[in-house]
Design a protein. Sequence first.
Length: 445
Amino acid sequence: MLAGVWSIGMLVLAGFGLNHLFREAAVQRFEAGLEESILGLQAETTVDGGQLYAPPMTDVRAYRPFSGFYWQIAGVTAEDTTSPLVRSRSLWDSTLAAPAAVVAQARATPGKSVFFDTVDPRGKPLHAAAQLATVPGRTAPVLFMAAENRESIDQAAERFVYIIVGALVVLGGGLILAVYLQVRVGLAPLFGLRREVALVRRGKAERLVGVYPAELSPLAGELNALVAHNQDVVERQRTHVGNLAHALKTPLAVMLTEARQTPGDLSDVVERQAAAMQSHVEHHLRRARAAARAQTIGERTDVSQVLDELSITMERIFQSKGVTIDWRAPDDLCFRGERQDLQEVVGNILENAGIWCKRRIKVTAEPLDVDWLSITVEDDGPGLPAERRGEVLKRGARLDESAPGSGLGLAIVDELSRAYGGEVALDDAVMGGLKVVVKLPRAET
């Protein structure tokens, strides 16, 4: 579109240039006619008995009063003033006045015409030519002048402006239309490629399948290769993470078993440190798996299905307390990530709410914008003071040692959310307990 704007600007400049050239050409033709009249006067003007006689003019306008065409032969003084000697009948009882500057210029360039603007006896604009020349039989030079109404020049220039403006408007409109068609039609395959890439990124397609021109086919092929390579890298990372988990868990389990079977101070130390190592391994492996999955292109999980499954499971787990979970989520709301991660995030929040609630838990999932969604979990439990909310997001932090659990639930939620670029916020619930709001990437439906 910038090229179109630039082209229109060039057309406007070209219009100004054409108008200037046309006006200059019209003025030059006009002045050539005036100079021809002066030369005709000079060729036939005679002196007889000291009296100056002008030839009859072939232009009949010179005989019609105030016709718009006038001529005059005048003497000049040392002060650069003029005194009419002979004039056309069209002037009637008026004269053509030549400014002193024009007379001085004509005196400085004898035999050459000097052009200037003046007015006729009725005040209409005239364009005039003056030339100083000598006449055989007269010693002092005389000033030949011819003038014509310049309205014809102005009208011609005005008509040309209307024509050129109309033509440029039509040409500019056609140029804008051509640019628009070029962008919309010529670049249509590129727009289609962008849409397909967006579908792959949002998880609605696994690869580019469109048919593209020869110029874009290599790009589409490279993008498909990049998507496949990214999926292979993620799968290899998952395999390595799984292998590492198995490789570390077995020795740690052996160490814990041996320590528990051999009482003593050393065994207690080994047991505590091995348990801590096992916790650290699980923690960091979980983060590595989540980070790898967060970079996967095309993953999508239906939020309502996960909430339904988890609500049924949690109600059974906390059946002894009579816990009921009221969940709501749009049918078309999808999480841009793996099902396992969403289950772990929501499951940990629901488990924490089930432990602390009295009987009721409310879950609300909703879109924030095209790229993000939020899941809010509220309970009717005792809640959590604002000054202590940051502690529950730390690994292993427990505000009540008598409550069941490892203290990792909300910390895991925070880590997984951050791995996907989201966040967790804690607040007071309307029901009286704690409200947990988690922000996660959204897959477009």
